[in-house]
Design a protein around this ligand. Structure first.
Ligand code: UGA
Length: 435
């Protein structure tokens, strides 16, 4: 397709990735934000979020002149062929998505959009939002298209440029196909649908992933009770192509800015049409139960008394590769430990500064100093490469609770510590506990 004139409203990780990647695909892209200081930083090529490849892509876009950053959506959209809405849709009252940002932008630009300019939602929005936007704009010459993103934090650029699929949905099929064409160079399968189906795809996919993880965490709990090995169970499951190998790692529960918000939102959507989506509700409950089980495991590692126990935490981000703390299971576990009287010292390679209820240090070995137990909460690769004999020397206690099954248990046992993972056989923690 020939290069299109695109405006992207919102420069969060979705908007900025979308803008920079579309410019990389040859389109003429203007990114808009309300935050003047942020726009100035981006226009100077400074990217605040940790997203591999994004700074380089923004730099190339700026140099080529295909990517610009401005304040003020109203001016920016006047000659656009397509406008992507990439503004936040946080969890609002009672779990439903809060659409105020989407509605505010729509109201701001609705009357100045040029005829046939496609208004495209990329933010995750409840089913029916395209219709709502059409009503708000009130113009029959403006097609509204849902084009959900499936970007993971930490691999957003790679996900954008190598997508499993492109989904475009609109009640104006021509407009949906036009948006699909913007990605023609990516050679991904394109699903063209009505607006409501495209809006539902995103929730259906994220909630499926959340349910898959809650299922795996439940199986891991069963493994512990039956003395089986979750690594072997998931390996055996993953070879079944209908199940697939990815998203089968147990952990301290799923978190981040998307899965928790989208599971609650889909529950509310189901409720609004009087459907009791019990399976999804159970997945959310199971996720909370997983955090409780982790806390109980840590309590067990310090002899059952968390009050006054010194716990060293490795990892705070909701997953490795990001500095995002939103709905991080690590923080949720830490806050319960803190409430129960534990003294917390934490290290995360991507997170610094002050966090209430804990001392954040900038050196992993500091978390071991005087610790009764060390807990791995985020799967950063560098934790594997720590000098664990030095960690053991610094510790007062002898247990490493590895909520990500990240470390090699033999290595930990080899330095005289006890290792406790998730859903792994008791044999792995025997050395110290049997001594
Ligand atoms: C998720 C989806 O994976 C993306 O496809 C989607 O576009 C995005 O939400 C969104 O809605 O914008 P993200 O939140 O970046 O992406 O994170 P994931 O990689 O999906 O991880 C979510 C949580 O599951 C994390 O807490 C992670 O640690 C956990 N997880 C993931 C596991 O515990 N085990 C696994 O095997 C995989």
């Amino acid at each position: 397709m020939t290069a299109a004139r695109i405006v992207v409203v919102g420069t969060g990780y979705v908007g900025l990735t979308t803008g920079a990647c579309l410019a990389g695909l040859g389109h003429q892209v203007t990114c808009v934000d309300v935050d003047e200081a942020k726009v100035a930083r981006l226009a100077a090529g400074r990217v605040d979020i940790l997203e591999p490849g994004l700074s380089e892509l923004v730099g190339r876009g700026l140099t080529s002149g295909r990517l610009t950053f401005v304040v003020g959506a109203r001016e920016a959209v006047r000659d656009a062929e397509g406008v992507f809405l990439c503004v936040p849709t946080p969890m609002g009252a009672a779990g439903a998505a809060d659409l105020r940002a989407v509605e505010a932008v729509t109201a701001e630009i609705g009357d100045v959009l040029p005829p046939r300019c496609a208004l495209i939602t990329k933010s995750t929005v409840p089913v029916g939002t395209s219709r709502r936007i059409r009503e708000l704009v009130g113009r029959s010459d403006i097609p509204v298209v849902s084009n959900p993103e499936f970007l993971r934090e930490g691999t957003a650029v790679a996900d954008f440029l190598g997508p499993d699929r492109i989904v475009v949905g609109s009640d104006d099929e021509g407009a949906a196909r036009w948006v699909g064409e913007l990605y023609a160079d990516l050679a991904a399968p394109t699903v063209v649908s009505d607006a409501a189906s495209a809006e539902l795809v995103k929730y259906a996919a994220n909630c499926f992933l959340a349910m898959k993880l809650s299922y795996v965490n439940s199986i891991a709990e069963l493994c512990e009770r039956l003395d089986a090995d979750i690594d072997k169970v998931t390996e055996g499951m993953g070879h079944d192509r209908r199940i697939g190998r990815s998203f089968l790692k147990p952990g301290p529960g799923w978190g981040g800015s998307c899965l928790p918000k989208d599971t609650h939102a889909l529950l509310r959507i189901a409720e609004s049409v009087k459907f009791d989506f019990g399976m999804l509700g159970a997945a959310i409950d199971e996720n909370l139960a997983q955090r409780d089980r982790i806390v109980a495991k840590i309590a067990g590692a310090v002899g059952g008394r968390l009050a006054g126990a010194r716990i060293g935490l490795l990892g705070l981000a909701f997953k490795a590769g990001t500095n995002d703390l939103r709905d991080s299971p690590a923080l949720a576990v830490a806050s319960v430990l803190g409430a129960l009287g534990a003294e917390l010292t934490a290290y995360d390679p991507a997170v610094g500064g002050e966090i209430a209820g804990m001392t954040v240090v900038d050196d992993a070995y500091q978390v071991a100093k005087g610790a009764d137990a060390v807990v791995v909460l985020t799967e950063w690769d560098e934790f594997k490469r720590l000098d664990w004999s030095y960690m053991a020397e610094m510790m007062v206690g002898d247990t490493v609770v590895d909520t990500r099954n990240l470390l090699d248990p033999q290595l930990i046992l080899g330095v005289g510590l006890s290792w406790q993972g998730i859903g792994r056989p008791k044999a792995y923690s025997k050395v110290v506990s049997n001594a």
